[in-house]
Write a protein that binds this ligand. Structure first.
Ligand code: HEM
Length: 261
C-alpha cells in the first residue's frame, strides 16, 4: 500500500489462524505513528503496548455490565428503539415475535425463544458486512506464516468480507438466507465463520453491547411497525446498493413505517 508492504489475509481458515493461533504475532494495530508516539496516544482502537492493554482492560471491565443484560443499560437501549429501520422479509419474524412475546416489552432473555428472529439478525449482519476490511493490524515480530516470511511491523489486512462470504463455509454466501443459522428443527446454530466483530486479541470489545442493541431495537421495531417501500415504489425498485468507504452502509433511501397499533 503506497510505499509500505502489506499482507492481505483472505478466507475463514487463514484469517482465523492468524487472529487466533498467532494472536500475539498479528495482534498489533497498524498506525502511522512511531512506537514512542503510540505510547502517548490514548484510547483502545489505535494504540499498542501497555497503553492499549490498560485501556482495553478498562473498556472490557466497564462494557461487561452491558453485555450481561444489566437492567439499567438494557432500559436505556429500549428507550432509544424508535430510530432504526430495516428492510427484510418480515412476515415470519413478526409471526414468531407475536407468538412468543406478544406486545410486551422484549427482554434479552427472550432471544433463546426467538431462533428465527435471531437467525435473521445474524444473517443481516453477515450479509451487511459493515467493516469489510476490519481495522488494520500489524505484525508485532518477524514471523513465518503459512511458509511466508513476514517482517515485524508489516501492515496486515484481515479481510472480514472474505470470511463472511467464504464459499467454503456458507451454503448461499451471497444471498440473504437465515437458514445459515438454523438447524433442521429450526433451532439457532452458531457458525464459526460468523466473524463481523473479528476474533482474537483485538476482537471488538463492544460485541456484547452491540448484539444486545441489535436484538432489542430490531424486535421492538418489528413489534410496532410494518415496513414497506414508499407509495408507488416496489420492493425491487428500492435501491439498497451499499455505500462503500472504510465502512459499508446502505445508501439513504425512503421507507414507510406503518404503526401496527
Ligand atoms: C455492529 C456493531 C459493531 C461491529 C460490527 C464492530 C466491529 C469491530 C471490528 C471488526 C473491530 C476490529 C477488530 C480487529 O482489529 O481485529 C472492532 C474494534 C473495536 N470496537 Fe467494535 N464493532 C461494533 C460495535 C462496537 C461498539 C458498540 C463498541 C463500544 C461500545 C465498539 C468498540 C470497539 C473498540 C474499542 C475496538 C478496538 C479494539 C482494540 O483495538 O483492541 N465496537 N469492532
Amino acid at each position: 500500500m503506497g510505499p509500505n508492504k502489506a499482507v492481505v489475509l483472505v478466507g475463514y481458515k487463514t484469517v482465523k489462524e492468524a487472529l487466533v493461533d498467532f494472536a500475539h504475532e498479528f495482534g498489533e494495530r497498524a498506525t502511522r505513528r512511531t512506537a514512542k508516539e503510540d505510547q502517548q496516544e490514548y484510547g483502545v482502537l489505535f494504540t499498542n503496548g501497555e497503553t492499549w492493554r490498560e485501556m482495553r482492560r478498562f473498556a472490557l471491565t466497564n462494557l461487561r455490565d452491558f453485555g450481561m443484560g444489566k437492567k439499567a443499560s438494557e432500559d436505556k437501549i429500549i428507550e432509544e428503539c424508535g430510530h432504526l429501520l430495516q428492510r427484510i422479509k418480515s412476515f415470519r419474524v413478526r409471526e414468531e415475535i407475536s407468538r412468543v412475546i406478544g406486545a410486551r416489552q422484549v427482554q434479552v432473555e427472550d432471544r433463546k425463544n426467538l431462533p428465527f428472529t435471531d437467525a435473521v439478525i445474524h444473517e443481516t449482519q453477515r450479509l451487511g458486512n459493515i467493516l469489510p476490511l476490519s481495522v488494520l493490524h500489524r505484525t508485532s515480530c518477524d514471523i513465518i506464516f503459512k511458509g511466508h516470511f513476514i517482517k515485524k511491523g508489516t501492515t496486515v489486512y484481515t479481510v472480514l468480507a472474505s470470511v463472511l462470504y467464504d464459499e467454503n463455509e456458507w451454503e448461499k454466501p451471497h444471498s440473504f438466507y437465515p437458514a445459515h443459522f438454523l438447524d433442521q428443527d429450526g433451532k439457532f446454530v452458531k457458525r464459526d465463520a460468523f466473524m463481523p466483530f473479528s476474533a482474537g486479541r483485538r476482537a471488538c470489545p463492544g460485541e456484547a453491547l452491540a448484539r444486545m442493541e441489535l436484538f432489542i431495537i430490531f424486535v421492538t421495531l418489528m413489534q410496532h411497525f410494518r415496513f414497506t417501500p414508499p407509495p408507488g415504489v416496489t420492493e425491487e425498485e428500492l435501491d439498497l446498493t451499499p455505500q462503500v468507504g472504510g465502512t459499508r452502509c446502505p445508501s439513504p433511501h425512503q421507507l414507510c413505517a406503518t404503526s401496527l397499533f
